[in-house]
Design a protein around this ligand. Structure first.
Ligand SMILES: [Zn+2]
Length: 140
C-alpha cells in the first residue's frame, strides 16, 4: 500500500501531460512504513533534460538518481519509488519496465494523451522480479 496526497498525484498527472508526447519520469520521495510507503514529495527529472534526451525511453541515470537521493536526504526523506507516464498507452508496466525495476520500490504509471491524463496505477515488483503486482494507492 502506498499513501499519496492528492497534491502529489496531481503533480504526477500534470508532469505527464506537460511532457506529452514524451514519457515523463521522476522520483517519489517519502518514507517506508511498516505496511508500505508514504509519499511526501515528487521529484521531477525528465523536464530538466536536454530536448534530445527526452526522446529516449523512461530511464533515470545513476547521476540523476544520486542527485535525487541527496536532495531526499536533505529533506530527511528517502526514495520510495519512481513515476513515469505512458503516452497513448495503458498505465501498466511494459517488459522494459519489468527489466529495469527493482523490488521494494513503488512504480506509479500514468496514462497520458493530448492535454489530459487518465488511469494512474501503482505497481510493485514481485521479489523474484518475475512480474509486477498492482499496489493499492491510498489518497490522503
Ligand atoms: Zn513504462
Amino acid at each position: 500500500m502506498i499513501k499519496v496526497p492528492e497534491k502529489q498525484l496531481t503533480e504526477i498527472r500534470e508532469h505527464g501531460v506537460r511532457d506529452y508526447p514524451y514519457e515523463c519520469c521522476g522520483l517519489l520521495l517519502g518514507r517506508f512504513t511498516g505496511d508500505g510507503k508514504v509519499v511526501h514529495e515528487t521529484y521531477p527529472i525528465s523536464n530538466a533534460r536536454e530536448e534530445s534526451a527526452k526522446r529516449n525511453r523512461f530511464l533515470i541515470t545513476p547521476e540523476e538518481l544520486m542527485k535525487g537521493e541527496r536532495y531526499a536526504r536533505s529533506r530527511e526523506l528517502e526514495v520510495v519509488g519512481f513515476y513515469h507516464s505512458h503516452p497513448d498507452s495503458p498505465a501498466v508496466p511494459s517488459k522494459y519496465d519489468l527489466d529495469h525495476a527493482w523490488p521494494t520500490y513503488s512504480y506509479i504509471i500514468v496514462s497520458t494523451s493530448e492535454g489530459e491524463s487518465s488511469d494512474l496505477f501503482s505497481w510493485e515488483q514481485e521479489t523474484d522480479r518475475s512480474r509486477f503486482n498492482e499496489e493499492r494507492i491510498e489518497c490522503q
